[in-house]
Design a protein around this ligand. Structure first.
Ligand code: NDP
Length: 288
């Protein structure tokens, strides 16, 4: 078997094309341009690339972005006061606020995420928004799992009633992914198992997955014998190697067993940025 490719790049373009029209309508009706404020603290090269992609993405769909670059030695209080200013911004509207992670070690991320107004929290990390997701009444869905859900739904992959195994329980990917797919309704109704580094007999569990979603940060960790023939495999991992980018899944082996698979690059990554743009328009609508 050779797996069909789930093309995230193509879907990201399609969603951005739809978004461009919606943004134009919003501007016409509200005389205001949806605006994202992106805060980058320090000089991490990976974070620089991610923020640049987000800023460029805004321009591509007709939205505005404001980039706030703070030095690596910025104090927690300085960052909190910038966030407070952006939360209130009225004369120069800011609809969405993004604080690029990771933050330098003198800053406690658990103090920063709740400081962003929950109405402008386009990453969906504020405790109020996480709580709403748990209750099945989401305001902003975290961007990576949101993109994965769109990839499954728009490719007409059956989710309801199927066994989804999520490997990884991070607050940003694994945990919200599991929550989203277990909710009632479209894009949900799955039976979800969550695995992590303390899980016993991992291959035995991954082999039961109709849909296997992997976000562990271990290059090529999931191999063909860990996958049920015909399964849908979603690879969230991104690792830079001498031979280019690879994921958490051994693509060449697993694509011979799986029914569908996401490539790295060109799978989940382009959708993550795109869903941030979707959330920014949603935030602008909330404030009007
Ligand atoms: P984290 O490091 O925050 O979490 C990793 C999770 O994987 C943890 O729950 C950990 O378990 C689990 N884990 C680690 N090793 C194993 C193992 N051997 N077996 C089973 N579980 C394991 O990672 P993230 O969720 O932030 O990111 C995961 C990957 O996805 C990274 O490569 C990251 O770069 C990439 N990523 C890609 C994005 C995209 O847009 N494509 C967006 C975000 C992340 P435990 O909790 O027990 O420690």
């Amino acid at each position: 078997m050779t797996a069909a490719i789930l093309d995230g790049k193509k879907l990201a373009k399609q969603i951005r094309d739809e978004l461009r029209d919606e943004v134009a309508d919003f501007i016409e009706n509200n005389a205001e341009v949806p605006t994202l404020a992106a805060i980058l603290v320090g000089n991490d090269s990976g974070s620089e690339v991610y923020v640049r992609n987000k800023v460029t993405g805004c321009e591509q769909v007709g939205m505005q972005s404001r980039m706030y670059r703070l030095p690596a030695e910025t104090s927690q209080d300085e960052l909190l006061s910038l966030i407070a200013k952006l939360n209130k911004a009225k004369d120069e509207p800011v609809h969405g606020i993004l604080v690029q992670l990771p933050l330098p070690k003198q800053i406690d991320v658990t103090r920063i995420l709740p400081a962003v107004s929950p109405l402008k929290d386009v990453d969906g990390f504020h405790p109020e928004n996480v709580g709403r997701l748990v209750q099945g009444k989401p305001r902003f869905l975290p961007c990576t799992p949101f993109g994965i859900q769109q990839l499954l739904v728009r490719n007409k992959i059956e989710i309801a009633g199927r066994h989804v195994v999520v490997v990884g329980r991070s607050d940003t990917v694994g945990k919200p992914m599991a929550l989203m797919l277990m909710q009632r309704g479209l894009g949900g109704d799955a039976t979800v198992t969550v695995c992590h580094s303390k899980t016993n007999n991992l291959p035995e569990i991954t082999r039961q997955a109709d849909i296997l979603i992997v976000a562990i940060g271990q290059p090529k960790f999931i191999t063909a014998p860990m996958v049920k023939p015909g399964a849908v495999v979603i690879d969230v991992g991104i690792h830079r190697t001498g031979k280019g980018l690879v994921g958490d899944v051994d693509f060449s082996g697993v694509s011979r067993v799986a029914g569908h698979i996401t490539p790295v690059p060109g799978g989940v990554g382009p959708l993550t940025v795109t869903m941030l743009l979707v959330n920014t328009l949603a935030a602008a609508r909330l404030l009007h």
